[in-house]
Design a protein around this ligand. Structure first.
Ligand code: 8IG
Length: 271
């Protein structure tokens, strides 16, 4: 059996099965909105409150255990205003080598659970020096340097306005200081070289990370509206001359928790 089993037969049917089990385990029949948490975002969702149920991702078909420190392998159902929110406290990354279907299984499960919107968050490196660690930036568009797609076959999904301009405008009404940028996904798990950051800048990138783009594509395929928010946790390689480390990422998340929690708390009810 290859490492990409069990998605190979039908990843959409597997997502349906996961959604049915999710409804059983949480007691919540349908969810409205999904939230996928990146590095440094867990404290923000804790600040949001409203937890109704929390389950282990491994209790659902198709999910495997979380592999990254600071990523808890849990799915939380929470009530924010009148919305049933499905928060993935961890994600599967492309660099784990489980295949692209594993990377997007959460988003497909959320779609099968009824979610019409997904908020994809991440921790990332920033290319603008004004974006000090702890700065949230709206994703305006992406460049997918994995060279992969979660879609198999001749399904030519349109990615114009992938990161909803409607939702971005709403976010800027909530917080006019929010900046926007183009997110460049590298395959990882190593950080970039300074020369690669030079390339990211040259091709129009402002943010660099190891997630989000494949999930956004799968969400659009599923007909969901996508909002992407990056938390800049470090300046990209070569900008400060200091080495990068994962601990600084987690610390930036903890420091920004109140602001991010407040931001999510004001955005989610308006989606
Ligand atoms: I957090 O500087 C975080 N994730 N590729 N580069 C890449 N991913 C990241 C970075 C970064 N910071």
């Amino acid at each position: 059996m290859s490492s990409t089993e069990p998605y190979e037969s039908d990843p959409y049917a597997l997502a349906q099965e996961a959604a049915a089990r999710l409804a059983d385990l949480t007691g919540v029949e349908r969810h409205d909105l999904a939230l996928v948490l990146g590095s440094g975002w867990l404290p923000a969702v804790d600040a949001l409150g409203g937890a109704v149920a929390e389950i282990a991702t491994t209790d659902l078909p198709g999910f495997s255990a979380a592999a990254v420190a600071g990523h808890s392998g849990k799915i939380r159902s929470l009530k924010v205003g009148d919305k049933n929110v499905l928060a993935f406290l961890s994600r599967t990354h492309y660099y784990e080598g489980r295949g692209v279907a594993a990377v997007v299984h959460g988003v497909r499960t959320a779609a099968a659970a009824g979610c019409s919107t997904v908020v994809l968050t991440n921790g990332c490196g920033g290319l603008k020096e004004t974006w000090t660690p702890g700065t949230p930036v709206l994703i305006s568009d992406h460049i997918n340097l994995t060279g992969r797609s979660p879609i198999v076959g001749a399904n030519f999904v349109d990615l114009t306005d992938l990161y909803s301009s409607r939702l971005r405008a709403m976010c800027r009404e909530v917080d006019p200081t929010l900046d926007e940028g183009v997110y460049v996904q590298f395959p990882g798990p190593h950080y970039e070289t300074p020369a690669e950051i030079g390339m990211a800048r040259a091709i129009g990138g402002h943010l660099v990370g190891m997630s989000t783009t494949l999930e956004a594509i799968a969400a659009r395929e599923a007909g969901m509206e996508v909002l992407g928010i990056s938390l800049v946790t470090n300046l990209a390689a070569g900008i400060t001359g200091e080495p990068l480390n994962h601990e600084e990422v987690l610390e930036a998340g903890r420091a920004a928790a109140t602001r991010m929690g407040d931001l999510l708390g004001r955005i989610v009810p308006r989606i």
